[in-house]
Design a protein around this ligand. Structure first.
Ligand code: PPE
Length: 305
């Protein structure tokens, strides 16, 4: 359950949590065309709070809106300021920030005509996405019976609300079968991503991640690619299959919510020694130092509250 906070930003105003409601004829509720983001704000090691890669998330929100032909009635600066304001007004030092842009009530039918565009920003405390234990010991995943979207069926570069029906179905199936997360393949059968995370593998010292074609181009994915390359690890963006993952030395997830989560088992096969490997641990440890503002060279990724 999301822990309630005092205020939600809606259409330019901070309003009480209980009043942030929508009409049942909200177009997005019926047809799924809306766009959103997921951003984290961390307590930094100097005691201040900082939002990680706020600009990149807001830029992606606008890209998603462009892909979905939704015109956001606020400037990027206004939305960034509103994200900061919403965390502050709720007295949160650490938070998950969820901006959502949706089409309101007016016309029905798949053509949204000139229905109003609404923007809301919600903040709450959100701990480890796949659990604290998963961060330390690794998570267990299963190849899904659902495949990820074909690139011309859904726009995979956009974080569109309706895209997530596929994620919900896959996640439910994986959990019902006793796993923590779903590994999703693309329409050609190659590894794509998970219901809410990108995936990386390590084999013989080389890091591989899926090319950003049929996946959401994760901002954590980008941070990890940058960190890994700066550390001197060879890294390629290349297609790979599920059996290549089975025989990898290490596999891990990246995501704003999931951060860097090691994967210890895929389809009941242990990955490597069945515990987080040295490359995963190195990157995870650095990632947590980076988001807490401890690494000078990446401090420009942080927006101080
Ligand atoms: N793929 C998908 C499908 C996805 O939803 C996410 C984020 C990622 C990759 C990683 O992207 P990034 O956060 O930019 O590194 N998933 C968000 C929503 C999770 C949810 O359950 O809600 C998130 O991590 O915030």
């Amino acid at each position: 359950m999301v822990e309630k906070v005092n205020k939600i930003w809606m259409d330019g105003e901070l309003i009480p949590w209980e009043e942030a409601k929508v009409h049942v004829l909200t177009h997005t509720l019926h047809y799924g065309l809306g766009v959103f983001e997921g951003i984290r704000c961390y307590v930094l090691s100097d005691g201040r709070s900082g939002i990680f890669r706020l600009k990149e998330h807001i830029d992606r929100l606008y890209d998603s809106a462009l892909i979905g032909e939704i015109e956001i009635p606020f400037s990027r600066e206004e939305i960034m300021e509103a994200c900061k304001e919403t965390v502050k007004v709720n007295g949160l030092k650490e938070a998950y920030i969820r901006p959502i842009v949706f089409i309101g009530e007016g016309a029905m039918g798949v053509h949204p005509q000139d229905n109003p565009i609404h923007v809301a920003i919600v903040t709450w405390r959100w701990g480890a996405y796949l659990g604290e234990d998963a961060l330390k010991r690794g998570t267990r995943i299963k190849t899904s019976s659902y495949i990820r979207h074909h690139v011309n069926a859904m726009m995979t570069k956009a974080k569109i609300c309706g895209n997530y029906v596929n994620s919900v179905l896959a996640k439910r199936e994986a959990m019902r079968l006793g796993y923590d997360e779903a590994l999703m393949l693309d329409t050609e059968g190659y590894v794509a991503e998970a219901s809410g995370e990108n995936i990386f593998m390590v084999k013989d010292g080389v890091i591989k991640t899926t090319p950003p074609t049929a996946i959401l181009a994760g901002i954590t994915r980008d941070s990890v690619i940058t960190i890994a390359r700066d550390k001197g690890y060879p890294l390629v963006e290349e297609k790979f299959t599920r059996d290549e993952l089975y025989t990898a030395d290490e596999v891990f997830f990246t995501g704003t919510a999931a951060e860097v989560t090691p994967i210890r088992e895929i389809d009941d096969r242990k990955i490597g020694a069945g515990v987080p490997g040295p490359v995963t641990r190195d990157i995870q440890e650095t990632y947590f130092r980076v988001v807490r503002g401890e690494v000078e060279e990446y401090r420009h990724w942080i927006t101080y509250l």
